[in-house]
Design a protein. Structure first.
Length: 113
C-alpha cells in the first residue's frame, strides 16, 4: 500500500522560509516524477512544482524563483524549500506521485504577520 506523509508546515511571517518533506512508502519513487500541489481555502487544488526522475524541475509561475523542489531517492523523500513566503502561499500542501491518485494528509502552511 502506497503512503505519502507530508510534514514541515507551520506558521511563518511574510518573507520567511519553510522546508516541506514528503516521505513515501510502499513504492520506490526514484522511477517516478513527483509533484507538490496546494489547496487554499475555497479554492481548487493547484500544481506547484514537479521533479522528474532525471532530476529536472518545473514550477508554477506563482512560485518560480522562490520555491525549490528536490528529491532524495535513498530516503524515498521529496522536499519543497519555500523562501520569500507570501500570504497568498497559505494553503494545505500535498505531494503526489505522477500518474497515481495517492494523496497524503497534507501539511498546513500559513503565512501571516
Amino acid at each position: 500500500q502506497v503512503q505519502l506523509v507530508e510534514s514541515g508546515g507551520g506558521l511563518v511571517q511574510p518573507g520567511g522560509s519553510l522546508r516541506l518533506s514528503c516521505a513515501a512508502s510502499g513504492i520506490t519513487i526514484r522511477f517516478y516524477a513527483m509533484a507538490w500541489y496546494r489547496q487554499a481555502p475555497g479554492k481548487q487544488r493547484e500544481w506547484v512544482a514537479r521533479i522528474f526522475s532525471s532530476g529536472s524541475t518545473a514550477y508554477a509561475d506563482s512560485v518560480k524563483g522562490r520555491f525549490t523542489i528536490s528529491r532524495d531517492n535513498a530516503k524515498n523523500t521529496v522536499y519543497l524549500q519555500m523562501n520569500s513566503l507570501k500570504p497568498d502561499d497559505t494553503a494545505v500542501y500535498y505531494c503526489n506521485i505522477a500518474g497515481r491518485t495517492d494523496w497524503g494528509q497534507g501539511t498546513q502552511v500559513t503565512v501571516s504577520s
